[in-house]
Each structure stands twice: as C-alpha cells, then as structure tokens.
Design a binder for this molecule. Structure first.
Ligand code: RIB
Ligand code: CA
Length: 313
C-alpha cells in the first residue's frame, strides 16, 4: 500500500461528524494528523470535547485535537441543538474525554502543518462551517498553493437548503468563510445535500451497526437513532441523510461517487438567500470551474464500506 494520505478533519461534532471521524480512524489508508474543532452544530466548547469523545470511542486517544473558531467571521453563530441535541452527541451515553485538548489554536495547527509538510501532502476535510479554513488562508495565504485538496461537506443545488429554503447549514453558518475558501484556487471536492440526501440511515442499515455487538457499533447505532429522527420527520423518509462520512468515503473509494467540475459561488449579500451555493451545473457561465461537485452515490456501497470499517474498531 502507498503511504497513508495525510488529512486534517475540521469538524463540529455532531453525530454525522462522529461517524466520519470513526470511519477515518478505522482506515489505514488515511493518516489523521489532527482534528480541528469549529463552532457549528453546537458551540466550540462542546465540539472540541465531542471530537475527543469520539477519538476515545475509537480507541485512539493519541490523536491530536485542537480548538479553533468559536464563531463565524462576520455572522453571529447559529447552532443546531434541535437536530443534534444539547450535547451535540445525544443518543448514546459516552464518557467525558480524558485525552487532552492541544494548547495550540486549530488555525495555527492547520497553517503550521501545511507549511511544514511537503507541498501537496496535506488534504483538508472540513465537515462543519468553514471558519477555521478561511482564517488559516487569511493568516498564511501561502498554504493555498500547498494544500493537496479540500474535500468538504457543504452546500446544495438541486436539493437547495436544509437550514433555509436555499442554504445548507455549514455554508449558511459562515458564508463569508465559504466564499473565501471557494475563491482560493485550491482544488475542492464538494459533497452537497444533492449527494448526502441519497445516503439515508435506513432502519436496516442502522440495525447492521447495532448487530456488530461492539462498543463502536452500538454507539454508532445510538448516535443515528437520535440524529435521524429530525430528518425523518421533516422529509418523511426511512432514515436521515448521513452527510459527513461522505467526505471520508470519497477519500477511500471515490468510485462510489459521481459528479462534475462546476463553478460554485457563495451568496453573502442577500438576506433571503444568504449562504446558498450557486452551482453552474449546466455551464451557462464562463466562471472558473472551482469545484468537483458530487451528485450521486452508490449508497449500498457506501454503507457497506462504513460497516466494514466500523467493525474494525
Ligand atoms: O447540513 C449538514 C451539515 O451540517 C453536516 O456537516 C452536519 O454535521 C451539520 O454540521
Ligand atoms: Ca458537521
């Protein structure tokens, strides 16, 4: 096997973030050089704690976890306790973390890692609001030419929005950060609602996790039991969309996904459509194709990968 791919997961756990972190830590193809927490689903004090809870659930207390931005660049923080619960990881009873939070700020860690690693060695995997990533780009613009790729969960085009009629949560919370990231000229792979809404945590899939009979399998099932109820009620579906693990699954098995290179711009001015991702899917403009936008997924293959990897923990 070639050298494991170095990644930094930037996250706002969040039950779906937790599954993404577990998938990454269970996969030897990936070297998680650090996990950086950002305010999003719940405030930063909880997202940085939850990231450590998940690392210990995975049996990986040595993973370095950093705290970053406690609020968006410009907008006031909007959180999602109604979806993720007060703790952000409602569902299972998980012990408080023993592993330490790193002293270094997450933004400095991102800059330092990208500057110290060889050019093109580090992939950023943001699965929450993009505040930390934007701050790192402003703090040290040279990282823009050194980052291998940004593989992110965020946005929506055909599916429109989930927090407003036209905006997806991660982009909506910090649209100015998203605009900074999408205009940085760094290769982006975008996992919008258009693809994540096709990765539903059906009852059969969740029971497969529970049937593992392991600490991780049981916790994963209990996290999803809680997480999916909001979207099941909203969409009337069997299960809820499992957003964030799509980012890690793409790194492991890109063939599970399909999409196309498009221009993506972020609405930062209109109160009505703030945070919407305007995707030129049909190529009607001359705007630069700054992102590989995913639209389809082999959902059975995705859950088979997730199940196989979680069973390793
Ligand atoms: O809109 C879905 C995204 O918002 C996911 O990353 C979820 O964890 C929340 O952060
Ligand atoms: Ca998230």
């Amino acid at each position: 096997m070639s050298q494991p791919r170095k990644i930094i997961i930037d996250t706002d756990p969040g039950q779906d973030d937790a599954l993404a972190i577990l998938l990454a830590l269970a996969s030897p193809e990936l070297d998680v050089v650090g996990i950086t927490a950002v305010a999003g689903n719940v405030p930063l004090a909880l997202t940085q704690k939850n990231a450590r809870i998940v690392c210990e659930l995975a049996g990986r207390p040595e993973v370095k976890v950093f705290a970053g931005a406690s609020r968006p660049l410009v907008r006031p923080l909007v959180t999602a306790e109604h979806v993720h619960g007060k703790t952000g990881l409602d569902g299972p009873v998980l012990p408080d973390p023993v592993m330490p939070l790193q002293d270094m700020n997450a933004v400095d860690f991102i800059v330092e890692t990208v500057m110290n690693e060889p050019e093109g060695a580090v992939t950023l995997c943001p699965i929450g609001p993009l505040t930390n990533i934007a701050l790192a780009l402003v703090r040290e613009p040279r990282i823009g030419g050194r980052i291998r790729e940004i593989v992110l969960m965020g946005g929506g085009y055909f599916e429109q929005g989930n927090v407003t009629p036209s905006a997806e949560f991660n982009i909506y919370v910090d649209p100015h950060a998203a605009a900074t990231v999408f205009s940085a000229g760094i290769p982006i792979v975008m996992m919008p609602l258009d693809v994540t809404h096709k990765a539903l945590t059906t009852r059969a899939r969740v029971e497969t996790f529970r049937a593992m009979g392991t600490r991780v399998g049981t916790a994963a099932a209990e996290l999803l039991d809680f997480f999916e109820r909001f979207d099941e009620e909203k969409y009337g579906s069997d299960g809820g969309p499992l957003h964030d693990p799509c980012v890690i699954a793409w790194l492991l098995k890109p063939e599970l996904f399909s999409g196309r290179h498009c221009n993506v711009e972020i609405e930062t001015a209109s109160e009505l459509t703030l945070g919407s991702t305007v995707v030129d899917w049909w190529g009607v403009t001359e705007r630069p194709k700054n992102a590989l936008v995913m639209r389809d997924i082999d959902a059975d293959g995705f859950f088979a990968l997730l199940t196989e990897r979680l069973a390793r923990l």
